[in-house]
Design a protein around this ligand. Structure first.
Ligand SMILES: [Zn+2]
Length: 459
């Protein structure tokens, strides 16, 4: 008969604390037995008749398994059950394993007709299959590892077998790691055993604030707080990134993860500000900047005058995007600007898009537009020497350089959610910076204080 592999017999009473009290005595007996007998230490063929607790054969094969302990149900002391823990190998079938371990064939048929039988069709290699039998090889319970969180649980009932997918016990704890950047961010993360997918997430979270391609330097500091999950097989999984801080050239950027009452998940500054900016920097992608903001000689009028925006040279028909969420204030044809759109945004901001070849179809004055929405197409309508977009950025009616103006964050959380927000993020933030008591100063919400005022623009 083949020797079973990786079989573990765990006597239920061994999982109780007093097992450890009798262990020294058992060890002494074992030494005595080893010196007086030349019997093999491991005799799995004796599995059908495991002697009571004092037998050396039974003792030496005991291993502790918190996974099994977690599923332990009280068992009558008369009927001593066996637990077979099998690590599935590639190509194993339930049928083959039942043969190998001489398990009840009738039960096999019954299990293979249970509701979750599809999970037995191809057994996942490397996963565990735990079988709880009585002394006659009758199956009482069977557990098949499905994934990190779940297992298939089959149990014998009066009428047959019932099956269910049930959660495995998972413990979670918060992990905080700090790393000084030495090489690349990814290499630094690896060196400090920070999951590298957190770096990818961080690049996304701070993409509006940090130029990761150019400004990261040695000495920058990375701090992450995340959840680490451990299941009953002591497998570990890094959970979501809960808080992150990146100190780039002395400037600190922080974000915390927040799940709002509707279940929506997003990252915010510790003050409750969205991390996205309210405006895209450029309304056209991949366009060449052909004229900057400020004094210049007007190409057509041939005299010095203020250029109130920037020009992007791009082929006629290139889509023009709304740089921020807002409403259409102006959509008309003018002499200088040609086809022009003016968008009005919350907080006293306006953006202007001129010389368009056409407007987005169905766009009307008063319509709401989203950030990134195509509102028109590059052209050369009005006073223009070539096909280009003239783009202006107004703050409270004053023209600003669209390339350098400080862009505001998106709207903060609604006031109704702020108490919930601060309560949820407090433990993460405390982990990020244990010595800081800054949280107290973060209780007051930050919001736009610019009035919504009438705007002016000129060409
Ligand atoms: Zn211009």
């Amino acid at each position: 008969m083949r020797r079973p592999r990786q079989v573990t017999f765990i006597h239920p009473r061994h999982r109780r604390p007093y097992f450890w009290m009798i262990l020294p005595g058992v060890a002494l007996m074992l030494v005595w037995w080893l010196t007086t007998s030349n019997a093999s230490l491991y005799e799995p063929d004796n599995q059908e008749k495991i002697p009571p607790v004092a037998s050396p054969e039974a003792q030496v094969t005991v291993v502790s398994s918190s996974r099994l302990a977690a599923h332990l149900t009280p068992v009558p002391t008369i009927d001593v059950p066996d637990w077979l823990e099998i690590t599935i190998k590639a190509g194993d079938t339930l049928d083959g394993l039942f043969q190998e371990y001489q398990l009840n064939r009738d039960h096999l048929q019954s299990i293979l007709s249970s509701a979750h039988r599809s999970h037995f069709q191809s057994l996942p290699a490397g996963h565990y299959l735990t079988v709880h039998t009585d002394q006659e090889g009758h199956i009482n319970e069977l557990m098949l590892e499905l994934n990190f969180d779940e297992e298939l649980y089959v149990s014998r009932e009066m009428t047959g077998f019932s099956s269910q997918i049930r959660a495995r016990p998972v413990k979670t704890r918060l992990i905080r790691t700090e790393a000084i950047v030495t090489h690349s961010l990814y290499e630094t993360a690896k060196k400090h055993r920070i999951p590298t997918n957190f770096i990818t997430e961080m690049l996304d979270i701070f993409r509006w604030d940090v130029d990761f391609a150019r400004s990261v330097q040695a000495g920058d500091v990375l701090r992450v707080v995340y959840e680490q999950r451990e299941n009953d097989s002591q497998q570990q999984q890094a959970g979501p990134l809960l808080a992150v801080e990146f100190i780039n050239r002395g400037q600190s950027y922080r974000a915390v993860r927040y799940i709002d009452p509707t279940g929506h998940i997003s990252y915010y500054t510790p003050e409750g500000q969205g991390l996205r900016k309210a405006f895209l920097r450029n309304p056209v992608e991949y366009a060449r900047l052909s004229s900057t903001f400020g004094q210049r000689r007007h190409p057509i009028l041939n005299r010095f005058r203020q250029h109130n925006g920037v020009d992007y040279a791009a082929p006629t028909g290139t889509p023009v995007m709304a740089t921020g969420e807002g409403t259409v204030k102006t959509l008309e044809r003018q002499r200088g600007y040609g086809r022009v759109i003016v968008l009005s945004h919350v907080g006293g901001y306006q953006t202007l898009y001129a010389h368009l070849s056409k407007f987005a179809s169905s766009l009307r004055v008063g319509d709401s537009v989203q950030q990134g929405q195509v509102i028109g197409y590059v052209g050369r309508s009005g006073l223009a020497t070539g096909s280009h977009l003239h783009y202006e950025f107004h703050v409270d009616g004053v023209h600003h350089d669209p390339l350098t103006v400080k862009l505001p964050h998106t709207l903060p959380l609604p006031e109704s959610q702020q108490a919930h927000f601060f309560q949820q993020i407090q433990p993460y933030l405390a982990q990020l910076d244990p010595t800081s008591n800054r949280l107290a100063s973060h209780q007051s919400p930050v919001r736009y204080n610019k009035p919504l005022s009438a705007q002016i623009y000129q060409n």
